[in-house]
Write a protein that binds this ligand. Structure first.
Ligand code: PMP
Length: 420
């Protein structure tokens, strides 16, 4: 059965298909941090839907809410009409997430997915400032539609689509030029200098931890200095928390830890909690100058996503959840450091933060090999970085320590095997 299903993908699905190649099977069922394929083989999930499943597959509490909502004929699709599900979500988001953090944002529903929130943020920043240029960073990733793609530092994806860095400039991210070079100095110099060719931008967009770019973590001081620059020149600071947000780095927003206050925040992936597509653009109230309907999309504000998203917020009513993520992150960190020490042939460098961690391997092709070996042994894990050099441990935040450790054992076996 598996072979015939795999041949369906090969013959009918576009060549662009990706994960079916890395994980060549057909999955039929998933619960928590476990997945099962058509041959009833079990997999531990250290991938979590690329960060869209921070609360695990088929989270029981969300599932129950969803089933009840559907059973009672709750409204499913309604564009941006008023629904009870939306009112409840907005109220909870304000009470549970924004107020306790002293954050004030208006919430925009820009469309169903990550790239939609980025596009809306870029458009709004241009509208607010009347400027055109956007500054992004090396190895940043912001999505696959043309605007987001133009500020994405991945030449493979960008050049294929003929998208150049039009109206955008990529500056070196923190530590891109080595540990000792403060790249904010470059940014400052380029903005101050009329001869640099860099116009005053509408916005600076960044990820505090670059997920697709290889788990590059920006220091808090670096982030604060970027924020200062934005304030000095009235540039809007956009934090793309699509992957690093919703608890991935330990706190709900990744930027909380640096104490910065972005003008616009992009959220998607795990905001709905259940894998139901959803995106939010958070806008400081003074910049919420959209005209009614100026940006829209058929699937913005989907009610099934509101139901699961509201339930997902209950995890954040208690500070213990952050502690739980950080503790598990430290377990991963300890394991990765031991692995690097035990297998010097990895030429490994441990990277990341919270449950957003991995190892950058010095040997080309090794991270891909390790992930392929792990898949055979029943573990789903992906690579990132410009050369796929980082294998990434990104489980559900709700994973139990026993399953984490089972995953570690598979990774160690896979490393051992890939090095021989
Ligand atoms: N921003 C970041 C930081 C991301 O990691 C991603 C997706 N990997 C996106 C934007 C785009 O999200 P989507 O694929 O849902 O459009």
């Amino acid at each position: 059965e598996l072979d015939s299903q795999l041949s369906v993908f090969e013959s009918l699905e576009s060549e662009v298909r990706g994960y079916i190649r890395s994980f060549p099977t057909t999955f039929v069922k998933a619960k928590g941090s476990m997945m099962w394929d058509v041959n009833e083989k079990t997999y531990i999930d250290f991938f979590a839907g690329a960060g869209a499943l921070n609360y695990g597959h088929n989270n029981s509490k969300m599932k129950e809410k969803l089933i009840n909502y559907i059973a009672e004929d709750g409204i499913t699709h309604s564009l941006d009409m008023g629904t009870q599900a939306k009112a409840t979500f907005l109220t909870c988001f304000n009470e549970v997430i924004l107020k306790p953090r002293n954050l004030e944002y208006k919430v925009m529903f820009p469309g169903p997915t990550g790239t939609n929130t980025v596009e809306s943020a870029l458009k709004l920043a241009r509208k607010v400032t009347g400027r055109e240029l956007v500054i992004s960073f090396t190895n940043g990733f912001h999505g696959m539609t043309l605007g987001s793609l133009a500020i994405t530092g991945n030449s493979f994806k960008r050049h294929g689509a003929g998208v150049s860095l039009n109206h955008s400039v990529a500056m070196p991210f923190d530590k891109y030029l080595g540990e000792d070079v403060d790249t904010v100095d470059y940014l400052e110099r380029f903005l101050e200098d009329n001869g640099s060719g860099v116009a005053l931008p509408a916005a600076i967009i960044l990820e505090t931890v670059q997920g697709e770019g290889g788990l590059n973590v920006a220091n808090a001081d670096w982030l604060k200095r970027v924020e200062e620059i934005c304030r000095r020149w009235d540039i809007l600071l956009i934090v793309d928390d699509v992957q690093a947000g919703c608890g991935r780095t330990g706190t709900f927003f990744s930027f909380e830890q640096a104490g910065i206050n972005p003008d616009i925040v992009c959220l998607s992936k795990s905001i709905s909690g259940y894998g139901t597509p959803m995106a939010l653009t958070l806008i400081k109230p003074e910049y919420d100058i959209w005209a009614a309907g100026e940006h829209n999309g058929t699937f913005r504000g989907h009610n099934l996503a509101f139901i699961t998203a509201t339930e997902a917020l209950t995890y954040w009513e208690n500070d213990d959840f952050t502690k739980e993520i950080i503790d598990k992150g430290l377990l991963v960190d300890e394991f990765l450091h031991e692995l690097v020490k035990k297998y010097p042939e990895l030429e490994g460098e441990v990277r990341g933060k919270g449950l957003f961690r991995g190892i950058a391997c010095g040997v080309e092709g090794l991270a891909d090999k390790i992930c392929a070996q792990a898949f055979e042994r029943g573990l789903i894990m992906e690579t990132s970085g410009p050369k796929s050099e980082v294998f990434k441990i990104m489980p559900a935040l709700t994973i139990d320590c026993e399953t984490l450790k089972q995953g570690f054992a598979i990774i160690e076996e896979s490393v051992k095997n890939s090095l021989t």
